[in-house]
Design a protein around this ligand. Structure first.
Ligand code: ADP
Length: 473
């Protein structure tokens, strides 16, 4: 019930208002109670009564009984009147039957005094009083009025409480409006985000408009960025599945066709049979390689690919790769140039790095016409080993460069129709392996002049956790 932002905001405002007003009210009350201002009416009435009584007393004829007159005056003025001797003794009290007074201090001046002139009777009741010298005597006339009780004081209820209540109610209403506005500024964009998140991924999410306070804007920005990444990743996934299906379909169709030919006897002579069987074998081998590559990528994506990290002699690894590929280079009529500086041992997985350089050098051989050269150079640079594989081949078109490391991407797909057609996974795997080593791979190329692949490898990869998180991205 109180969980909505609007209600909570308003409740907190209301609580603050009530607390603040209550505190101010109490403070005011406290200082008022101690101030004579509150009793001004009573004090004035007392003073007036004193003046009247003293004037009348002065005008008394000689034969009058002063005490009887004072008693009558007390009755008509509705006050208690007492006569005090100079030494403070009570000579007369208009309410002699009521509780008597203790000592009355006549030095307290009742006109706007800093302290209230108060006296208690023997029962503890408090009386306000004022005194006047009685003309022609040493005595004093004292006018007493019971101290008004708080509940009967209109000053408190009318002058203090009522305005406080009015201001309080107005402030509460105002705070309701402000809380509503503030909550709307925060809750509305959040609500919009909730709707967008709930509709996801059935509907393509339109970005939530950025509004509200800074913090809310930041949440919206983060949400929009996340939605964009999720979309991109979904798109990539869809493309990936489509690519895998497409890549598998071609060899499967050809396997199916040749198997059918064997079965229904279309391929009946031994030579055709032999040809069909070898095509089936080559196609299934290609599929097998592709599935292995996909598994490899999936493991690196999931961060569960095993990397056997050792101190490696990169120069030896590269030499090995070159020796292994020597027959291919001879067949292609492309020569290798090897320029490797001495570099310190590098921490990495030897088999995986061999795979990277084999792929790069094989690609270079594939795309370089006879008579060309593939240069493999290595050097140390700011704690990184930089290996470049440069060819003098056909180069890569600029529009293909940004996609070269994507899965299934083939820059020259149209031309690659042969039986040994590759799936376009080699560079994607190389990229992931290099990243898992904490390094990076890049390419520079100019059509007609050749391509250069640059691999940066740190001598020691940062640490295992970074590797996994990096390889997950
Ligand atoms: P593939 O298995 O098709 O070789 P890769 O991922 O290794 O896949 O390479 C992706 C694409 O990049 C290739 O199809 C090719 O078009 C292009 N490519 C890679 N290396 C070179 C190179 N040295 N020269 C020109 N093009 C290259």
């Amino acid at each position: 019930m109180f969980s909505s932002l609007r209600t909570r905001l308003w409740l907190s405002y209301a609580l603050q208002i009530i607390l603040a007003l209550g505190l101010v009210f109490l403070l005011l009350l406290f200082s008022l109670l101690r101030s004579p201002l509150l009793y001004r009416g009573t004090l004035e009435r007392m003073n007036l009564a004193a003046e009247v009584a003293v004037t009348r007393y002065a005008d008394l004829p000689d034969n009058a009984n002063p005490q009887a007159v004072i008693a009558r005056m007390a009755e008509s003025l509705q006050v208690r009147l007492a006569v005090l001797s100079a030494d403070g003794e009570i000579l007369f009290d208009s309410q002699a039957g009521a509780a008597a007074f203790r000592k009355i201090n006549l030095t307290l001046q009742p006109q706007n005094p800093p302290r209230l002139p108060l006296v208690r009777d023997s029962k503890g009741r408090r009386w306000l009083y004022t005194s006047r010298p009685l003309p022609g005597t040493d005595d004093h006339l004292v006018v007493l009025v019971p101290m008004p009780s708080l509940i009967h004081m209109s000053t408190l209820t009318d002058d203090l409480l009522a305005p406080f209540l009015r201001v309080g109610i107005a402030a509460l209403l105002l705070s309701l409006g402000v809380a509503w506005l503030v909550a709307r500024g925060v809750a509305d964009p959040l609500q919009e985000m909730v709707k967008a998140a709930q509709a996801f991924p059935d509907e393509t999410p339109t970005p939530v408009s950025e509004r509200g306070p800074q913090e809310v804007r930041e949440v919206i920005q983060a949400f929009n960025a996340m939605a964009e990444r999720v979309q991109a990743s979904q798109q990539a996934q869809r493309e990936f599945v489509a690519n895998v299906s497409h890549e598998l379909k071609t060899p499967l169709t050809s396997i199916q066709g040749f198997a059918q030919a064997i079965l229904d006897g279309t391929a009946d002579d031994p030579q055709t049979l032999q040809q069909a069987a070898s095509i089936i074998r080559a196609e299934s081998a290609r599929m097998y390689r592709m599935v292995l590559d996909l598994l490899d990528l999936a493991r690196m994506d999931a961060g569960i690919a095993r990397f056997e990290m050792r101190d490696l002699d990169l120069r030896a690894i590269l030499k090995n790769v070159l020796e292994k590929l020597a027959p291919q280079s001879a067949a292609a009529g492309v020569r290798f140039i090897f320029q490797m500086e001495a570099v310190p041992p590098l921490r990495g997985d030897g088999d995986r790095l061999s795979q990277v350089f084999t792929n790069l050098i094989e690609n270079a051989l594939k795309h370089t016409p006879a008579g060309g050269a593939v240069t493999i150079a290595g050097q140390l640079q700011d704690g990184f080993v930089q290996v470049t594989v440069q060819d003098t081949g056909e180069g890569i078109p600029p529009e293909a460069l940004p996609h070269i490391f994507e899965r299934f991407y083939r820059a020259d797909a149209a031309r690659q129709g042969g039986e040994r057609q590759a799936a376009g996974l080699g560079l994607a795997i190389a990229h992931d392996i290099v990243r898992a080593h904490g390094g990076k791979i890049s390419v520079q190329s100019a059509v007609g002049q050749g391509s250069t692949f640059i691999v940066h490898l740190p001598l020691a990869p940062p640490d295992a956790t970074t590797l996994i998180s990096k390889s997950k991205r």
